[in-house]
Ligand binder design. Structure first.
Ligand code: FDP
Length: 383
């Protein structure tokens, strides 16, 4: 039962390691919770979670870390973090994404928006902001020299990029319908070993990330071989560190807590299970935190260390989110960060990606919240 392992630790100092002197207040609080005795409710929901999942999908193969890597510490720079990765080509691919997202953040910040669209300059032309972001990321992936196949939500085909080590899928600007309102938007990406992006599952991923373009630009990233999920901040204060990515916090656990982000709410009309789940959240006085942008709505689960994001399907409001570009990479980040994901039945990391535009309903959050989603919503309206 992999996800209960953290409660078995008894020495907090071993956990803190090198990061001990630089921990912030909230991070210390999170670590206290992590090391504390699990509540009866948490144990009950964990047991329910195991019971509601076929063997091997969550309990057996959880990506959740049994212990953090002591070399990872708050305040470290991106290049120091990349140096911890055992595969230098993977480090190049991840670094290239950080570089591209820095540029995309600038493109979003300096776009001009009307009621019709948001545009920015590309040479002599004006380009819609999502197309410009897509081009920026595609160019960076090609230039990295390590990417065999690239594919984006804007062009959902498998493009050959000339490298041989990894393949990468990205959603260049998720939340494009809210970019004009100046809400936070983001980039999502997943990196797979090998030379294809179909006939795979999210569980095979080597790394995933999501950049948040909000009042601050941040990147939440998880990589194979390094426990946890980590948030980097782009320093934008004209100091000597201006333009650098600095690790600001690491996530290893997602607790139970009453915070909800109910996506595709229209599906409550003809999905009785979702209606019941929504009613449960209201009756229990959950706190609503939903922007309509999947990146900030899911990233908050890691930052707050609690909560649930759901986007269920119904007959009249079918699944919209794409597994390759959105669902699987975010599942990787949430599961490595100590949470759970599900398509209503199995971990979103186990959904077969048989086509680049395959879609799925999804739920992310603490184990208890995801178990409740499986119990009430299930997969009745997903095919
Ligand atoms: P958008 O269409 O604005 O790009 O995946 C796309 C997405 O946004 C998600 O970010 C968001 O959670 C979802 O769609 C919202 O969909 P609806 O507006 O259809 O509810």
């Amino acid at each position: 039962m992999g996800f209960i392992v953290p409660f078995a630790h008894t020495s907090r100092c071993a956990w803190l390691g090198a990061s001990r002197t630089v921990c912030s207040g909230p991070r210390l609080r999170r670590q206290h919770r992590w090391w504390g005795k699990p509540s009866a409710g948490a144990v009950r929901s964990a047991v329910r979670m195991v019971a509601s999942h076929p063997a091997g999908t969550v309990a057996g193969q959880s990506l959740k870390a049994s212990a953090p890597d002591e070399r990872v510490r708050d305040g470290m720079r991106l290049h120091e973090f990349l140096a911890l990765m055992s595969d230098p080509k993977l480090a190049v691919a991840v670094d290239s994404m950080f570089m591209a997202c820095k540029v995309v953040g600038y493109e979003v910040r300096t776009a001009s928006c009307s009621k019709e669209e948001c545009v920015n300059a590309f040479g002599d032309q004006q380009l819609a902001i999502d197309l410009l972001a897509d081009k920026t990321i595609g160019d960076a992936m090609k230039a990295s020299g390590v990417i065999a196949v690239g594919s984006s939500e804007e062009q959902p085909v498998e493009n050959q990029y000339g490298g041989d080590a990894f393949s990468v899928a990205w959603d260049p600007l998720d939340g494009s319908s809210i970019v004009d309102t100046n809400f936070s938007v983001g980039t999502i990406y997943g990196i797979w070993p090998g030379q294809r992006l179909t006939g795979i599952t999210g569980r095979q991923m080597a790394a995933a990330g999501m950049a948040v373009y909000g009042p601050r630009t941040s990147m939440t990233v998880a990589v194979d071989g390094i426990p946890g999920t980590h948030e980097f901040l782009l320093i934008d204060n004209f100091s000597g560190q201006h333009g650098m990515w600095i690790l600001v916090q690491s996530f290893y656990t997602i607790d139970e807590g009453k915070l909800f982000a109910p996506g595709n709410l229209r599906a409550t009309r003809d999905n009785p299970g979702y209606n019941e789940l929504f009613d449960y959240w209201l009756r229990n006085k959950y706190q609503l935190r939903y922007t309509g942008g999947m990146v900030p709505d899911c990233n908050q689960i890691l930052i707050k260390g609690k909560g649930v994001f759901a986007n269920p399907a119904s007959p009249s409001a079918p699944a919209k989110l794409r597994v390759l570009y959105e669902v699987a990479p975010i599942a990787y980040l949430i599961e490595k960060g100590g949470g759970a994901s599900s398509d209503g039945e199995v971990s979103a990391l186990d959904i077969p990606i048989d086509a680049t535009d395959k879609r799925s309903q999804v739920c992310y959050g603490s184990f208890g919240e995801v178990a409740r989603f499986n119990e009430l919503v299930g997969k009745k309206y997903m095919n």
